[in-house]
Each structure stands twice: as C-alpha cells, then as structure tokens.
Design a protein around this ligand. Structure first.
Ligand code: NAP
Length: 480
C-alpha cells in the first residue's frame, strides 16, 4: 500500500459533519453504511464507530444533518450505498419507497432492516419481506430491532445484549452476526426471512409470560375480597348492626393476601403433578402434553413469584398488627375490664402450643418461600447445577407448600368444627383456600409412594409401557 493510498483510506474515515461525541477514528476501518440520521441511526452509528468501523450515513439532506457522532461521514443515499457492503436501514417502513430508485447501487448489498411497527399485523407482510420485495437485488436481513436507541447509546454493559436475526442468505447473516459480535452483542440466527414478522412483534410484547399469572392473581384477589367483604363486614352489619368497615384496610387485606398466596403456590405445583399422572396414564414420556398444560407449566415461575409477593404482603400486614389503633384499644379495654371485675385468667398451654406452632410454621414456610424466589433469579439459577435447582424448586418447593398449608390448618384449629364459623352457611376464606394445596399434597404423596415412584422414574428414563410386547428383544437383552 502506497503512502497516498493510506492517507486516502484515513481521510475516508474522517468526519464531514458537525460532531459531538469524541470517538477514536481507527486508522484502518471496515466501512458500514447507515441510512437515516434519526435516533436509532445516530446511536447505532456511534456504537459502530466505537467498535472501530468507519461509518457513512446516507441521508436526504447530507449537508444539514446535525448531532451526528464524531468521525462519521454523511453522504446522499446513492453515494453512501456505494461506499459500503452492509447497510443498516434506520428509516421508518412508510418511507421505504425511497430505496426503489437506488436498486442499482443496492444490488448485491446486505440490507439490515431495523424497523418495528406500532401494533401487531399493521401491514399484510413483515417489513423485512416488504423491503426485500422492493429491492430484489439485495440480501435483506432482519435484525437489531429489539434494541432501542437508548440501549445502544448506553453500551453493552447496561443494555440487553441479545439480538435476533433472520434472512435467506447465510453469508449475509454471517456478515451481520460479525458486526453484532464486534459491538459486544450476542446474535441468534432465527432462520429464514419468514420469521421476520415474529421478530417485529417482539418489541410490542408487554410481559407476555406474566399475563396469565397476573390475571389469576387479580381474579383470585377480587373474588376473595368480595367473598370476605360479604362474610365479615356485611354480615356484621346485617345481623348485629355493627359498622366494622374499617377492617377492610388491614384485616381483610391480611386475609386475602395469604389466601391468594397459598392458592397460587399450589397452582405452581399442580401442573407438575398433573403431568406426572398423565405420563403414568400414557405409560410414556414421548407424547406431547396438551397445550394448556404446556402453557401452565411455562408460567410456573411467574405464578411462584407472585405468590411470594402476596406472602410478603401478608408478613408486612401481620407485623403491623400490634400498632393498630383497633388492636391497642381492644387490648387495653380487655385489661381494664379484667382488673375492674377482679377476674383472673388461666394460662392455656394448649393455646400457647397452637399459637407458637402456627407462627413457627408460617416463619419457616416464608423463609423457604424466599429461598425459592431467590433461586428462580437467572443469576442464581445459572450458578446451580440442574440437580441443585430441581432439589430446591421441587423438593423444597413441596416442603414450602406443606409448611404453609399446615400453618393455615393450625390457624383454623378447632374452628373447623364450630357452627358459628359458617356465617350464612358459607365456609371462611382460609378453609376454601386449603382445598387446592391439600389436593396437590395428596397427589404428590401418591406419586412418591415407592411403586408409583419407580414407574414414573422408569418412564422418565425412556421406558414405555407396551414397548416390551411390541419389541420382545427389548425385554431379553441377552438375545442378539
Ligand atoms: P426517526 O428518529 O424518525 O428517524 C428516521 C430517519 O429516517 C430520519 O431521521 C430521516 O433521516 C429518515 N427519513 C425520514 N423520512 C424519510 C423519507 N421520506 N425518506 C427517506 N428517509 C427518511 O426514527 P428512529 O427512531 O431512528 O427509527 C428508525 C427505524 O428504526 C424505525 O423503523 C424504527 O421502527 C426502528 N427502531 C427504532 C428504535 C428506537 O429506539 N428509536 C428501536 C428499534 C427500531 P434523514 O433526515 O437523514 O434522511
């Protein structure tokens, strides 16, 4: 390379536009083009420059573009397209027709479609497919659309590193993956361009895995709130004329939270138990679970975390009981009346045992609950082996359910048998919430009995019922 060529190459990487951020200009740089000098184009351009690429912006108004990163070059679209093999299209899809007259300059180039839509199914075809239909001579790759301008500007340490790409040409995708890797991102090839619509829908999703658990939590909370409102507050008003509506704020909330928490914890373990029984019934693990069971199993983590949230609220509500005005008033009144009437009350050891056991089981249950929540965090679960993770989530998880269920049974104690408990012939909330965990624990108990456990373990190791008859050699391993 002559000195003149080198100085030309250097000068290609020198800025022609007003600059802000200071970026080291590499002496020898691979050039990449970015169409569009908007929010995403500028942020991407800055990251590309920081990674050592030479950046050429393609703009409608190359002479009046402002706030571009230091070191970038700005040209008209046609000239910019000719200066690089890889072109990022950081322009809204509605304006893609400006690319049609550039067909000759874009021939053989790799076009990265970064666009997103405002809503799902906004257009009949994916933006990337539309782009490919406009510029048939280029290779379109969908990608980087799940990153925001903000996250690109903040660097890989702060932002989500995962990007998804798809496209028809393997070479084009490799070129895009190479750039992503150099930017410190991790690119995942999702296949052909037909997947583009799915990638374009990603940024439109709002907590997709939390939707069902949240609906369950809200539904259960509302249902039990109104049930307890009728049983506790309205019942007292109708039958005794007493207004105890102030109890809504703490007493009622402190009943709803543990009820919802226990039911949701049971819902977290019920699908696993159902799946085991289904495998036992089918005698094989090589058949798909029904879709509803699959979806249910996939949201167990969210169910568990929401259950933990409700348990946490229950703990907080319980801790404030001694400072409540109503509780302090009642306790003082009781003490004064005992003194006034010169009464003595016997210490009841049984009640003390019951109360301490009830509290202790609650504390132990909550401690394990927190442990389950912590081990479900990706940073912690990634540090555990599969055996450790399943020990905590399955064995300790069922133990948590057992402790919390026992805590609730002790809360009910002998009130299960008292007719005054059943106001308007309805059972209290805590009794209703015991149904599901009791069923889950009973089914689990059945599953861990030695004969059932042996069969389920064999099924999970690949054994199939009826396979021995179908293939008699399998049952006689010594017969060749
Ligand atoms: P923007 O700020 O509105 O910038 C779009 C750029 O497109 C403009 O600055 C303009 O650049 C160019 N443009 C506008 N009208 C044009 C036309 N008629 N013909 C040719 N070029 C035109 O948009 P953005 O936020 O950067 O987003 C760009 C694309 O990236 C969109 O498809 C968006 O869905 C996608 N995206 C954005 C983000 C984000 O965080 N912003 C994240 C992911 C994906 P010139 O004036 O230089 O021509």
């Amino acid at each position: 390379m002559t000195g003149q060529e080198r100085s030309e190459e250097k000068s290609e990487c020198v800025s022609l536009s007003p600059m802000r951020e200071a970026v080291p200009t590499p002496s020898k740089c691979e050039r990449v083009c970015v169409f569009g000098t908007g929010d995403l184009g500028r942020s991407l351009g800055l990251r590309l420059l920081q990674a050592g690429y030479g950046v050429v912006f393609g703009s409608r108004r190359p002479h009046s573009s402002s706030f571009l990163p230091h070191g970038a070059q700005v040209l008209g679209h046609a000239a910019a397209a000719q200066s690089a093999h890889l072109i990022f299209i950081a322009v809204q899809r509605e304006h893609y027709d400006f690319l049609v007259p550039l067909a000759n300059q874009l021939k053989g180039k790799v076009l990265v479609d970064l666009s997103n839509n405002q809503r799902k199914n906004q257009y009949p075809e994916a933006n990337a497919e539309y782009l490919q239909s406009l510029v048939t001579g280029a290779e379109v790759v969908k990608g980087f659309n799940t990153l925001s301008a903000w996250s690109l500007q903040n660097g890989p340490s702060d932002a989500n590193r995962q990007v998804y790409i798809c496209g028809e040409s393997v070479e084009a995708k490799q070129a895009v993956i190479a750039v992503a890797t150099k930017l410190g991102l991790s690119a995942l090839d999702r296949g052909f361009l037909s997947v583009a619509r799915e990638l374009e829908d990603f940024p439109l999703q709002l907590f997709p895995q939390w939707r069902l658990p949240l609906r369950i939590a809200i539904g259960l909370s509302a249902a039990f709130f109104f049930y307890l409102l009728i049983r506790d507050i309205i019942y007292a008003y109708v039958t005794q004329g007493k207004d105890i509506s102030f109890r809504i704020m703490v007493s009622l909330a402190n009943k709803v939270c543990p009820i919802v928490s226990l039911i949701m914890l049971s819902l977290c373990y019920l699908p696993g138990v159902l799946a085991s029984f289904l495998q036992l019934y089918r005698g094989t693990k090589y058949r798909r679970f029904p879709d509803w069971l699959d979806r249910w199993m996939l949201c167990r983590k969210q169910l568990g975390l929401l259950a933990l949230g409700f348990a946490f609220l229950h703990v907080l509500y319980t801790l404030i009981i001694p400072i409540r005005y109503y509780v302090r008033f009642k306790s003082t009144e009781r003490t004064v009346s005992v003194i006034r009437e010169n009464r003595t009350s016997e210490f009841d050891t049984m009640t003390a045992w019951r109360s301490d056991s009830y509290l202790s089981l609650g504390i132990l249950g909550f401690g394990l609950y927190v442990l389950l929540g912590i081990t479900s965090l990706p940073s912690v679960s990634n540090a555990l082996s599969w055996r450790e993770f399943s020990f905590v989530q399955s064995k300790l998880g069922h133990l948590t359910l057992l402790l919390c269920t026992a805590h609730t049974y002790l809360y009910g104690w002998n009130r299960f048998l008292s007719s005054s408990t059943y106001k308007w012939y309805t059972p209290p909330g805590y009794m209703l919430c015991l149904v599901l965990p009791s069923v889950v624990l009973l089914l689990k108990l059945l599953l861990i009995t030695p004969c059932v456990d042996r069969t389920i373990t064999r099924i999970r190791q690949g054994w199939e019922r009826g396979a021995d008859q179908r293939n008699p050699k399998d049952s006689h391993p010594l017969i060749p």
